[in-house]
Design a protein. Structure first.
Length: 149
């Protein structure tokens, strides 16, 4: 059993903590509080705490437009990596995506996050595409689980 406490993003504190983790791990695409509120309205956002310290967060983008594809993203702050928290958060997000009807699972990693890329590859994801968003210098990497994974 993990000593993590996982909460949905809803109140100002969880929103602030989720945003902080996202912006540290994805500094090339920082989100405002309003951006996070909007995302929380269409995605499943959760924040993980160890005691009172935020250690990680997740995003599950549910299937849309009749496509059975969901995106699961688990982020863990560097000081807390290597303790199994990422696997726990990823497993939770994967279960949520499947409960929402996903038959295919994708994730996305910033190229400047080699630990995140190694984590995704170690959990069975395969790279599908690398791309730059307009005005960005660091590519994003889209990955997908093979259908049988």
């Amino acid at each position: 059993m993990s000593d993590l406490r996982i909460e949905p993003v809803g109140c100002d504190v969880t929103l602030r903590d989720w945003r902080h983790i996202h912006n540290l791990i994805i500094p090339t695409d920082p989100l405002s509080a309003e951006d996070v509120r909007e995302r929380a309205g269409r995605n499943v956002l959760e924040i993980a705490y160890l005691g009172d310290a935020p250690v990680g967060c997740t995003t599950v983008r549910p299937p849309r437009d009749g496509e059975p594809v969901a995106t699961v993203i688990a982020r863990v702050l560097p000081p807390y990596r290597g303790r199994g928290y990422g696997a726990l958060l990823y497993g939770r997000g994967l279960a949520q995506a499947r409960d929402l009807g996903a038959e295919r699972i994708q994730t996305v990693v910033l190229e400047s996050n080699p630990q995140g890329l190694r984590f995704a590859l170690a959990h069975g994801f395969v790279e599908v595409e690398r791309y730059l968003l307009p005005g960005h210098a660091v590519p994003f990497i889209d990955l997908e689980l093979p259908e049988r994974a």
